[in-house]
Design a binder for this molecule. Structure first.
Ligand code: ADP
Ligand code: MG
Length: 371
């Protein structure tokens, strides 16, 4: 049993099932991120944990207590919304302590809790202001303060950074991570932003169309995506996915793709799992992340199997720290990620270095990862 158990949970609105048999066991102190595109069911699941939505079937339990019928105020959870939902007529201090007051916590204890939280979030100088006198980032802090002050079993966050500008979003992301490292409270955090998911989480549930597509650590999800949806949703630029054929050449398995002039190119696969054999001479989808395709000097020194690929450069896009380089493979635009000072220009016949340790294969019909 986990600390928070989501057990075979479904949700229907009328005849429409929007969440299908969700099973997630969250351990104490975990930072679980629910990530997926808009409409995939993230908020619905979070709201069911909070008690703001009913559970159609299945069970949710916190510390072994089933909470299906328990009133939101009795679940010992705290939620931070995208909209902050602050009371406009109350001061920051009152906003933070209002929940405690409702629970009958004595004034001296409330004041002490408020002072602790205000210090933690560095909003001590804002306590007498009204929400209308605060910036977006400050309001976000107050909303977090209101959640923190209650010392809940579980924090729920629904897209808490979506209303902030890009720079502030990155700063607050780091602060939330620091806060979690410091307090160790169990968190379930909803976002549509895959970078937020990767950077914050101890584990990620990637959701699409009401299904959990994959549940795993950021590294598992990034390196071994369960299917083509997860592969393309996580990571920016997206994983390159190229139609390929598996060939046995002199007893070794190769992925055969085509180059800019439709010439066949072969990438040797080392330590191929047994399951690859069933696909020999059949079509597969070859997945390679942009950073696994580099200039030869930029290739990962720790990689065992770097394959050289001779092909024409179509476009180069300097992006400061890196240069993104496009080349046509198997009729598709393929992006390589190179050092900023890689000597590469459009039209050049270039020796790309492909880190095949990082390559993954998908079945083109089921879209599931092979092996
Ligand atoms: N109150 C509701 N009535 C009917 N359908 C709803 C309701 N709330 C959400 N939905 C539907 O449930 C699905 C999941 O929504 P939601 O959980 O808000 O997605 P997300 O938070 O991932 O963007 C969507 O298709 C949405 O239209
Ligand atoms: Mg939502």
């Amino acid at each position: 049993m986990g600390f928070l158990d989501i057990n075979n949970v479904t949700k229907s609105y009328g005849a429409v099932e929007v969440l299908h048999k969700v099973d997630i066991e969250v351990q104490e102190g975990e930072f679980l991120v629910l990530v997926g595109p808009s409409g995939c069911g993230k908020s619905t699941l979070l709201n069911m944990i909070a008690g703001l939505e009913g559970i159609t079937s299945g069970e949710i339990a916190i510390k072994d207590r089933v909470i299906n019928g328990v009133h939101p105020s009795k679940r010992n959870i705290a939620m931070v919304f995208q909209s902050y939902a602050l009371y406009p007529n109350m001061t920051v201090g009152q906003n933070i302590t209002f929940g405690l007051e409702m629970h009958g916590v004595p004034k001296a204890d409330r004041d002490r809790a408020m002072a602790d939280v205000a210090k933690l979030l560095q909003i001590e100088n804002l306590l007498d202001r009204k929400p209308g006198q605060l910036s977006g980032g400050q309001r976000q802090r107050v909303a977090m303060g209101r959640a923190l002050v209650r010392n809940p079993d579980v924090f729920l966050f629904d897209e808490p950074l979506s209303n902030l500008d890009a720079k502030l979003r990155v700063d607050m992301r780091t602060e939330i991570k620091k806060l979690h490292q410091k307090l160790g409270t169990t968190i379930v955090y909803v976002t549509h932003d895959q970078i937020e998911a990767m950077t914050l989480s101890t584990r990620i549930a990637v959701m699409y169309d009401g299904y959990v597509q994959q549940l795993g650590t950021p590294k598992e999800i990034y390196d071994n995506p369960a299917n083509l949806f997860v592969a393309s949703f996580m990571g920016s630029p997206s994983m390159n996915v190229l139609p390929a054929r598996l060939r046995n050449l002199n007893g070794e398995i190769h992925a055969e793709i085509t180059g800019a002039e439709d010439q066949p190119l072969h990438l040797r696969i080392e330590n191929a799992p047994e399951s690859y054999r069933a696909y020999l001479d059949a079509e597969v989808m070859l997945g390679i992340r942009p950073e696994a395709i580099t200039d030869p000097e930029g290739a990962d020194r720790n990689a065992r199997n770097i394959q050289s690929l001779h092909n024409t450069v179509s476009v180069t896009e300097p992006a400061g720290a890196d240069t993104f380089v496009s080349t046509t493979l198997s009729g598709k635009d393929c992006i390589a990620r190179m050092r900023a000072d890689a000597d590469v220009h459009p039209g050049q016949a270039f020796d790309f270095a492909v880190n095949m340790d990082k390559a993954v294969l998908f079945d083109p019909k089921t879209e599931e990862r092979i092996g």
